[in-house]
Design a protein around this ligand. Structure first.
Ligand SMILES: Cc1cc2nc3c(=O)[nH]c(=O)nc-3n(C[C@H](O)[C@H](O)[C@H](O)COP(=O)(O)OP(=O)(O)OC[C@H]3O[C@@H](n4cnc5c(N)ncnc54)[C@H](O)[C@@H]3O)c2cc1C
Length: 441
């Protein structure tokens, strides 16, 4: 049987090498095999909530850790160590005998044959959950993809930290003022929560750390530009939050350009429709699209690269394939175009699908997903944050404390919470960021 399947696959993909049907070294048991692609917010919370005795669970991820993406910007700006926002993916599985993790990259799914193809072999499934998240979207601008720095993974964040710190070190060695400025300037593309948080954190680094670390540099000439295409920052939040965030950033001397389109970047000059900005670093937070996998029918993938699923999380047209999180467009009555690409959505969908899979195994009718929107928030820096809730909108120190508490509570792993709390307290009282290391990349 496996040989036949391989032959069929070979016929379908004449040119492409087909990996051996090795089930990734996992022996089939009497339990139905549930394969989960992606150990991000959706996948991890699905596993935690799942009645594991009902299934043989196989979690697949190209990394061996979960990444708490909302705090990546703090790793990028020397505020937190990378370990404190990561969580080993083997940990939630290792107490359960028929649960397995494989660190491989999925290259294709073959839903007609219940197969997942990876760079380590091919695996059969009885149920499949696609939770591969999103990837950075450069909207087809190749030069930006080549030269700008994304922030989607821990290595991206460390890459940004390296580049920022290395540029300051290099600026010390140069006498030409134009080249010096180019090395010290930072452009952030995208005025959503990630762009706003990065701009605030870099501005505070410039204010509190640089004068002590780099007394020989004219810190004032280091400019931080935040570029946003739409008329205001934080376009998905209330006007009040957008205006307050802008005010906070201006207090920190961030140069904000809204209604401005970035047209290109060659690694030295950012071209916008409002003029050029010399900068050796451009951080790209301009957008994401779903991390879809080849193999699903074309009509199932939206223009934003999300997989169409019905309200129960089931991918349209397949009985045993589900999708959750950023990659999924779960269409419900309240969200006919899918839900926002947020951690809270992915977490709720993961927990919801755990219940639905158990119901399915027991022959019960599947439930429909209802997203509970608990609010949105963004922080600019110490005592500067904005919070939008259904009934209240507030900002300032209270919002900042709410932001800190929610992120601490949501961080995965007790040790991570403790280490992060200690780091934040240290940074707050000492105006310091201890992890400003340049690690060779
Ligand atoms: C910088 C940044 C800041 C953010 N800040 C916030 C915030 O403040 N609040 C908020 O609510 N949301 C925030 N988000 C969004 C939030 O992180 C996402 O909505 C959330 O991570 C989605 O969860 P997910 O499980 O769908 O995907 P992810 O958490 O992205 O996980 C996907 C997993 O799939 C794996 N994977 C992908 N492709 C493959 C493949 N081919 N083979 C194997 N494995 C694969 C990845 O390695 C990853 O582990 C932020 C995102 C970023 C990038």
């Amino acid at each position: 049987m496996p040989e036949q399947v391989i032959e069929l696959l070979k016929e379908q993909h004449e040119e492409k090498p087909v990996r051996e049907l090795n089930d990734l070294g996992i022996r089939k048991t009497e339990r139905p095999r549930l394969v989960i692609l992606g150990g991000g917010f959706g996948g991890l919370h699905l596993i935690r909530a799942l009645r594991k005795q009902d299934f043989q669970v196989v979690l697949i991820d190209k990394q061996n850790h979960h990444t708490f993406q909302p705090l990546l910007y703090q790793v990028a700006t020397s505020g937190l160590e990378a370990d404190s926002i990561a969580y080993p993916l083997r940990k939630p599985l290792n107490a359960h005998p028929d649960c397995h993790f494989r660190m491989v990259e999925v290259t294709e799914v073959v839903p007609e044959k219940n197969l997942v193809v990876t760079n380590g072999g091919t695996l059969r499934y009885d149920y499949l959950v696609i939770a591969t998240g999103a990837r950075t979207n450069y909207f087809g601008m190749k030069d930006i993809e080549r030269h700008a720095l994304p922030m989607k993974s821990i290595s991206d964040a460390i890459g940004i930290r390296n580049r920022l710190l290395r540029n300051y070190e290099e600026a010390l060695l140069i006498n030409d003022p134009e080249q010096k400025d180019q090395l010290m300037n930072v452009v952030i593309a995208g005025g959503g929560p990630t762009g706003v948080e990065l701009a605030g954190a870099i501005a505070e680094f410039k204010k509190y750390i640089m004068p002590h670390d780099y007394p020989d540099l004219d810190v004032k000439s280091a400019k931080i530009h935040l570029i946003e295409l739409t008329p205001e920052l934080l376009p998905a939040m209330s006007d009040e939050a957008s205006q307050k965030a802008e005010e906070y950033l201006r207090q920190l001397s961030v140069i904000i350009k809204t209604n401005t389109k970035i047209e290109g970047y060659d690694g030295r000059v950012v071209r916008t429709d409002a003029g050029n900005i010399p900068a050796r670093v451009m951080l790209w937070t301009g957008g994401v699209s779903g991390a879809i996998l080849p193999g699903l029918g074309k009509g199932l993938v939206t223009k934003k690269g999300r997989i169409k699923a019905n309200a129960s999380g089931r991918v349209k047209g397949y009985d045993n394939v589900f999708a959750i999180g950023d990659v999924a467009q779960i269409e419900t009555k309240n969200y006919p175009q899918g839900h926002p690409q947020l951690a809270s959505v992915a977490v709720q969908q993961g927990k919801f699908l755990a219940t639905n899979l158990t119901r399915h195994i027991k022959g019960k009718e599947l439930k429909e997903f209802h997203y509970i929107n608990k609010g949105t928030m963004a922080t600019v820096g110490r005592k500067k944050a904005v919070v939008d809730m259904k009934k209240w909108k507030f900002h300032g120190a209270a919002a900042w404390l709410v932001w800190l508490s929610v992120h601490l509570y949501s961080l995965v792993g007790f040790k991570n919470k403790v280490v992060t709390f200690i780091n934040w307290a240290w940074n707050y009282f000492n105006h310091d960021r201890e992890t400003r290391l340049i690690i060779k990349d």
